[in-house]
Design a protein around this ligand. Structure first.
Ligand SMILES: Cc1cc2nc3c(=O)[nH]c(=O)nc-3n(C[C@H](O)[C@H](O)[C@H](O)COP(=O)(O)OP(=O)(O)OC[C@H]3O[C@@H](n4cnc5c(N)ncnc54)[C@H](O)[C@@H]3O)c2cc1C
Length: 319
């Protein structure tokens, strides 16, 4: 009898989430999955393609229903300097293509793409090169937030960039599941900074992150209110109808304009809700990942909704 039969649905979900997040970091499985054609095919639900042009095509469709986008080149945890230089060139090409095509999009970067795990100074210089290109083109760079081992250094590098570039050129992400985030938001708003609020997608120990989803959700609503009351333009990133309704209730009650902030969602997740919010007059930005190294990103999406695993297995069995 499977052990999980004795566990509550909530515990089952937590076990599934931790297992999938554990698998997302397994290099052997990553090599297998990225070479296994049927598995690769399934990623098309969450990943826009392997190259810039496929992502441009996806963004045109997103723009067509009235939403904007954010490019994300998938390649986290880069381990050598030469590869980080390739990432800088890739983002410079992306910013050039946005300008050439006239699509409505900014870019999101992960600092581990630029060397954070082995050379923070190189990471800063790489990120700065991308932010400088965005500044030249009147575009915007969002620095994604990764696992808690790099939270502080990510804020430190962001603050250096923000000291050199204005509010509308570079922004940051905070994660509602982290215990430290309320304080971080307080500090960031003093700069000020444009912030994307999300729940958080990594496996974190209970000392640093709330183990209970209800605490994360409560913190999310609290932080959303602080951000939207601040008068700076922020991103409310979630697919959770409870978080979205709390946001709408708050802005209506406080008389905050619909164009004073944006909702943000991931490519392939709740497109119905993305379109509904646009129809209701809200701003929507869709995060569009593309690239060959999609495996960890894809596994985090499965972990967020273990029901997606059945979608994957069903399709694998079909052929
Ligand atoms: C634009 C954007 C940028 C992000 N950037 C970061 C970042 O920089 N750092 C970081 O740690 N995390 C990031 N995340 C991920 C985020 O932290 C969450 O892991 C993710 O958004 C799921 O949380 P949720 O708010 O949607 O709520 P949940 O409580 O996880 O989900 C609520 C409901 O949304 C739907 N849903 C959620 N996820 C999925 C899915 N994968 N497939 C299908 N349905 C789903 C389901 O109906 C689910 O019941 C980002 C998310 C978005 C939308």
């Amino acid at each position: 009898m499977p052990v999980t039969r004795h566990l509550s649905p909530v515990t089952n979900k937590m076990v599934a989430r931790s297992t999938l997040l554990f698998l997302s970091r397994q290099e052997g499985l990553k090599d297998f999955a990225t070479r296994f054609r049927p598995f690769k095919k399934l990623t098309t639900r969450f990943v826009a393609g392997e190259n810039i042009e496929e992502a441009v095509a996806a963004i045109r469709e997103i723009n067509a229903f009235g939403a904007t986008a954010s490019f994300d080149h998938l390649n986290e945890g880069v381990t050598n300097a030469a590869e980080t230089a390739g990432e800088v060139r890739e983002y410079q090409r992306v910013l050039t293509r946005i300008a050439e095509t006239g699509i409505e999009s900014n870019v999101s970067i992960k600092l581990t793409q630029f060397g954070l795990e082995f050379d923070p100074e190189l990471t800063y210089r790489n990120a700065r090169a991308v932010v400088a290109e965005a500044a030249r083109r009147g575009n915007f760079v969002r620095v994604d937030m990764e696992g808690s081992a790099v939270t502080q250094i990510t804020f430190d590098i962001f603050k250096r960039l923000r000291a050199e570039y204005d509010l509308n050129t570079v922004g940051i992400v905070v994660q509602a599941y982290l215990r430290r985030t309320a304080k971080d938001v307080e500090d960031l708003l003093k700069i000020p900074a444009r912030i994307r609020l999300c729940k958080g997608a990594y496996n974190e120990p209970p000392e640093v992150a709330f183990p209970d989803k209800r605490d994360t959700d409560e913190n999310y609503v609290r932080l959303m209110r602080v951000l939207l009351a601040s008068g700076t333009y922020h991103g409310i990133a979630t697919h959770d109808p409870k978080m979205i309704n709390a946001t709408i209730d708050f802005v209506q009650r406080e008389g905050i304009a619909q164009d004073a902030f944006e909702f943000q969602m991931l490519y392939g997740v709740r497109r119905d809700l993305q379109q509904q919010l646009v129809r209701d007059g809200y701003r929507m930005r869709v995060y569009v990942p593309y690239g060959k190294t999609w495996y960890p990103y894809f596994m985090r999406r499965l972990a967020e909704r273990p029901a997606n695993v059945w979608f994957v297995l069903k399709n694998m069995l079909k052929g």
